[in-house]
Ligand binder design. Sequence first.
Ligand code: ATP
Ligand code: MG
Ligand code: MG
Ligand code: MG
Length: 577
Amino acid sequence: MITRMSSLFLRTLREDPADAEVPSHKLLVRAGYVRRVAPGGYSWLPLGLKVLRRIEAIVREEMEAIGGQEIQFPALLPKEPYETSGRWTEYGPNLFRLKDRKGADYLLGPTHEELFALTVKGEYNSYKDYPVTLYQVQTKYRDEARPRAGVLRGREFVMKDSYSFDLDDAGLDASYARHRAAYIRIFERLGLDYVVVSATSGAMGGSASEEFLAVADTGEDTYVRSTESGYAANVEAVVTPAPPERAVEGRPEAQVHYTPGTPTIETLVDFLNGAGLGRTFTAADTLKNVLVKLREPGEKEWKLLGIGLPGDREVDLKRLEAAVEPAEVALLDEADFAANKFLVKGYIGPGALAAAGVRYLVDPRVVKGTAWVTGADKADHHVVDLLCGRDFMPDGTIEAAEVKEGDASPDGQGTLVAARGIEIGHIFQLGRKYTDAFQVDALGPDSKPVRITMGSYGIGISRLVAVIAEQHHDELGLVWPRAVAPADVHIVIAGKDETVAEGGERIASELSDRGARVLLDDRKASPGVKFADAELVGVPTILVVGRGLANGVVEVKDRGSGERVEVPVDGVVDHLL
Ligand code: ATP
Ligand code: MG
Ligand code: MG
Ligand code: MG
């Protein structure tokens, strides 16, 4: 295929756009890939759309390779399923809500767990139907607090979201592992420098969760990794000691370690009764004014799962049991709280709270000033709002829990180094959060219903365009990896001579006939303008057809290395393919 720059809908800009801070944003606008329409809303121009489609194609290939089947939901969704799951309110101000002419509530889908769960429930009902993995490549809407950096953080963006449905935990583990491997293949093919880190589960709920972060100084996520082990985590997911200035003299941390084996209400109750709290618990009991920190099997971090409340709010033990498998539990007791004896340490993850089905569990007396919430802008507004609304932090300061470079690694091996990254993918073992909400069951071989378990897996497709640009550019412009470049060869016709133009055309046709995608600069511009645009646009191979043609040679330039070689014009097509 030949794309002629004389007619291509493209205007490159010499100046950086005024609102752009990061290189990818500047370059994608200057090179005419995207144009801003609204905060966090961008149109894709022809070159940008080609890159976007290349990324989509790679993602689709790898999704199909693990057995994913593509479907597509509307972006305009009724409120009811999101009410059932609780996310109509939980998603907070990030959700675009709207009303139709009859006054019915709708939303623009930020992610589609509810719809996938409902659809599978509607079509499948036997154990023989499972497992199944479905996905879509679709436009999502989130009213981000800070849309940023062009398509990097949009309010309308393209995501690949897939969902696995399995009969049991082992099935979910396998589906998760398949997705993890597919994601590794995708990000390798896209030429990205990235890390896989353990992550909080955010507003999605669930337990096992990992993020794929592209390494970038301009990233909004901070991750730490151990110098000695494979440990790597988003700082949001790391248990941190309270910062020194927050520590209060004479308040040692109390932790009672306990390994319950198979956790049940009974073992939790046993544990509570054995913890010397000076009170007897039963299975029908609720927790009040106690903090339970759980460490799940295989996980390094403690999760603070509940702080009971004074007055009428309570934590239902049954909900704790349903959602988590504690390997170790630490408990702080009521009397000690009252005596102001303990310092609450560690991380309150809204994801951890959601994972346990536990909400609104903050005792201001206990927590104020000694615990903090991360991810204020990570779709966790329900918790943040609540905390603020209850005067938890009247000044509204929600501080991120930062582990520092040089801290000991939580797994005890080595020290931590910190770096910044951009989230490009996120995989979750959701478990039964949504299948419980929608009662998605399969009839087992014994005709008894089996509750399906679910995973959800996202990739930011439109974000990836910016992320790849962020990692692949130089001072002159973009430098696309071959796999996603908008063309394979960029031919610059340098000179007004008719034979030069003919030579360029001939090479372009031959390359195109042999399957290459050619961007042919056949404009009436000066060679200087054409060279500058070729560097800016970033096609990996630039072929200059100019004066040398009279001597039977053309110049091939590698956009990445800058290396130039003269090649006989007769052999250039073979040289390039
Ligand atoms: P972030 O932490 O950057 O806000 P997220 O954790 O809210 O992302 P997920 O809900 O995990 O995002 O969605 C899956 C993927 O969608 C993310 O890994 C990211 O690549 C992409 N994504 C999320 N929000 C945006 C956005 N506003 N613009 C572009 N891509 C996004
Ligand atoms: Mg995130
Ligand atoms: Mg987000
Ligand atoms: Mg995420």
